[in-house]
Design a protein around this ligand. Structure first.
Ligand code: ZN
Length: 186
């Protein structure tokens, strides 16, 4: 397995919708290696999650998970989870703002509004189905990662004026020395 480079905003591959993982790939050595690369890359970059298109693979596959950690003081642990061809369904109308960052959008963090509760369903690497109802930080991480599968980056979820100001400011900022507490970087 290998640590792969993470595509950065401006790369057109981040904007392309990804394709469903074919059933024939599930359980294959090729998919196992891809998942290993995603896991290694996420660990090496201290991310909370990573989507396959972020390493240049246009397939509907994401990984996420965090252990309880001082970087995420208010976030409970999320078990390592791999979702293949995920489907998301918001539960209720409640929106919540929370801090997000992205390994593909360096130097920028913002409070992003998203549905607070949702249900998701996906295949796992063994070909079984996983279905969960989640809320809060867990729901946020899943939505952030699955946005990548549709070519959506978190600044797209901000009001256009806010996003323009933040991106301009981030472009002139020095690299961050460390992560901001309670912010997902994925
Ligand atoms: Zn991201």
């Amino acid at each position: 397995m290998a640590i792969r480079s993470v595509l950065q905003i401006g790369d057109p591959r981040l904007r392309q919708p990804s394709q469903a993982v074919p059933r024939s790939l599930i359980g294959s050595q090729k998919l196992t290696e891809l998942i290993g690369d995603l896991r290694d890359t996420m660990a090496a970059t201290d991310g909370a999650g990573l989507a396959a298109p972020q390493i240049g693979v246009p397939l509907r596959l994401v990984i996420f998970g965090i252990s309880r950690n001082p970087r995420y003081p208010e976030a409970g642990p999320i078990p390592e989870t791999i979702l293949i061809n995920p489907e998301l369904m918001p539960l209720g109308d409640e929106l919540e703002c929370g801090w997000e960052g992205c390994l593909s959008v360096p130097g920028l963090r913002a409070e992003v509004p998203r549905p607070r509760r949702l249900q998701y369903r996906a295949l796992t690497p063994t070909g079984a189905w996983i279905e969960r109802k989640v809320e809060g930080f867990h729901a946020r991480v899943v939505q952030h990662e699955c946005d990548h599968l549709d070519g959506v980056l978190f600044p797209d979820r901000l009001a256009p004026a806010t996003a323009a100001i933040l991106i301009a400011a981030a472009g002139s900022a020095a690299p961050e020395p460390g992560a901001r507490p309670n912010a997902a970087s994925s």
